[in-house]
Write a protein that binds this ligand. Structure first.
Ligand code: PLP
Length: 264
């Protein structure tokens, strides 16, 4: 190998720690797949790998899903699985009859509305959101997803304050876009090949009782939640005061990864 080739060699890099999704690499998991997947399932899984790019934390797929109903998903052999995950957005259950009827009605009457035109169904939803949003939050902007919504919020915070710095939390997930991973706190999305992220995105350790980031030991077998949550809040205040020009503090309304912390 010549000198030029040596210089182009990629540096060795540490693989990110798998913190969620399919992390079971045991022989029991492969034995399970071997004994439960039929030929149809195996073919579909192979095609999935063939045609889709690898998707961090989601692929290779666990199995094949053919039906989703209520709280259950069903595989190609008709086995039902109770879905404890649901991506936090399927609380009414899969395929709810009222939702299906509303979608059908809408597709039959007005399947698309350019934003240059006002329309009643969109206005009804905006009004509802304004009614139930806390405080004086009464203006709505629909985006295509969570990551997009978070990045629009970052821009609004910059425009409203004339500042750009943010405070957010390690372990948080705000989406997979560049702005969203910059304020997110998961190594898998923000480190190694991801490269430079948004400037001014400061992170604080969350309060969490499993391996408390602030180092408080359990007392009488119970986590000292009062201590660690107040330490976390003080850290937020400390960084706000030290920086003096933070545009926004951003946190998930309900943390879900790597685990749901106790209320506090
Ligand atoms: C708290 C939170 N914010 C943002 C997102 C990103 O949403 P999307 O996948 O629609 O971009 C998620 C997705 O799971 C989320 O849980």
């Amino acid at each position: 190998m010549g000198v030029g080739q040596k210089m182009m060699k990629k540096p060795d890099r540490q693989e990110p720690v798998q913190s969620e999704s399919e992390s079971n690499q045991s022989h029991r998991r492969s034995d399970w797949a071997e004994s439960t997947h039929d030929a149809v399932t195996r073919d579909l899984l192979a095609e999935d790998t063939r045609y889709f790019m690898h998707q961090s934390v989601s692929t290779p797929c666990l199995s094949v899903v053919t039906k989703a109903e209520g709280a259950y998903i069903e595989d190609a052999k008709g086995r039902r699985y109770l879905d404890f995950h649901g991506n936090n957005v399927h609380h009414i259950g899969y395929g709810h009859s009222k939702l299906k009827a509303a979608i059908t009605r809408q597709m039959d009457t007005l399947p698309f509305a350019p934003r240059r035109f006002a329309c009643q169904p969109a206005l009804s939803l905006a009004k509802k959101l304004a009614d139930i949003a806390p405080g004086d939050l009464a203006k709505v902007l629909f985006t295509t997803g969570g990551s997009d919504a978070v990045e629009v919020a970052l821009k609004i915070a910059r425009a409203a304050t004339g500042r750009y710095k943010t405070i957010s939390f390690w372990d948080a997930f705000h989406g997979a876009g560049f702005g969203a991973v910059s304020i997110g706190g998961e190594q898998m999305f923000r480190s190694h090949i991801t490269g430079p992220l948004l400037p001014g995105t400061e992170h604080i350790a969350p309060f969490a009782c499993y391996r408390c980031p602030y180092g408080y030991p359990d007392r009488d077998g119970k986590p000292q939640l009062e201590l660690c949550k107040m330490t976390c809040a003080r850290f937020v205040r400390y960084v706000l005061e030290k920086e003096g020009d933070v545009a926004a503090v951003i946190a998930e309304p309900l943390r879900a990864v790597p685990y749901i912390p106790p209320p506090g």
